[in-house]
Design a binder for this molecule. Structure first.
Ligand code: NAP
Length: 243
């Protein structure tokens, strides 16, 4: 399975670095081609693997595509490219409540693809879904909205509860990072968990895609806590099971 990342910002850079250090070859695309080139060179430095800059169309050819984009941009891309995304594993890292992408129904948010006639989610027309761009519990997750826009793809929620800077470093105070992974497609979820583990992190199976609601709320809670503590996306969660 070959991989690509679309979005060469903080999260794209961090995921690309982890994969490069794990010896993977991965395509990295951004609408700013120069940014993709710069970040690809930076994250490949000293790594066993290789991050190759690409345009978005080329990145869409990969079997497993990480959308490291604001939620709104992921939805717009899905609306335009749903045919090319059919049959692909699409990893959604978005946290709509972080202000990076104005959530469903939020200002400039998912109303555009809704208006373009995207499918209803969970029996409710998408236009009636409550705004996600608030720090309140939501009826539906960004990941489910994305899955509704690309029904022939396998959407997997991952990486959203880990700050980009700690993800880039791969550890926090010497502690291995956990990445929570949710999807309705068991094979796709397993593929992402295996990739996460190869990347030197610990992947956890968080069950069905609807559990992305909890994961996005967890990230929202983390953001609020980070605001209080004056942190800057430098935090992650650790699950401590009694095996
Ligand atoms: N940062 C974190 O710590 C963190 C943690 C967990 C989850 N997340 C989630 O990760 C996602 C990305 O966050 P980020 O912090 O990495 O954002 P970011 O730094 O703004 O990076 C996003 C990148 O994607 C590019 N882009 C936007 N739309 C595009 C499109 N249609 N095609 C190609 N490239 C496009 C942006 O270009 P422009 O600059 O031109 O817009 C930018 O370079 C968000 O959904 C966020 O909620 C972030």
């Amino acid at each position: 399975m070959n991989h690509s990342i679309i979005g060469a910002g903080a999260m794209g850079r961090a995921v690309a670095r982890r994969l490069a250090l794990a010896g993977e070859t991965v395509l990295l695309a951004d609408r700013d081609h120069g940014a993709a080139w710069r970040v690809a060179a930076e994250v490949s430095d000293g790594a066993a693997g290789l991050v190759v800059p690409a345009d978005v169309a080329t990145a869409l050819v990969a079997d497993l595509i990480v959308l490291a984009l604001p939620h709104r941009e992921s939805l717009l891309l899905a609306a335009v490219e749903h045919r090319r995304l059919a049959g692909k594993v699409v990893v959604d890292v978005a946290n709509p409540a972080d202000g990076s992408g104005a959530g469903a129904g939020g200002p400039g948010g998912a109303r555009t693809p809704m208006a373009a006639g995207m499918p209803a989610v969970m029996g409710a027309p998408m236009a009636t879904v409550a705004p996600l761009a608030t720090r309140t519990p939501t009826a539906v997750s960004a990941a489910e909205l994305l899955a509704a826009a690309i029904p022939e793809a396998s959407v997997v929620k991952a990486f959203n509860t880990t700050g980009a800077s700690v993800l880039y470093a791969g550890e926090l105070d010497g502690v291995l990072l956990d990445v929570f992974v949710a999807s309705d497609d068991e094979d796709a979820k397993l593929a992402v968990i295996e990739l996460v583990n190869r990347a030197g992190l610990r992947g956890f199976d968080m069950g069905r895609l609807a559990n992305a609601r909890g994961l996005e709320q967890l990230a929202s809670l983390s953001d609020e806590l980070q605001d209080r503590l004056g942190l800057n996306h430098c935090a992650g969660f650790k699950f401590l099971p009694c095996w």
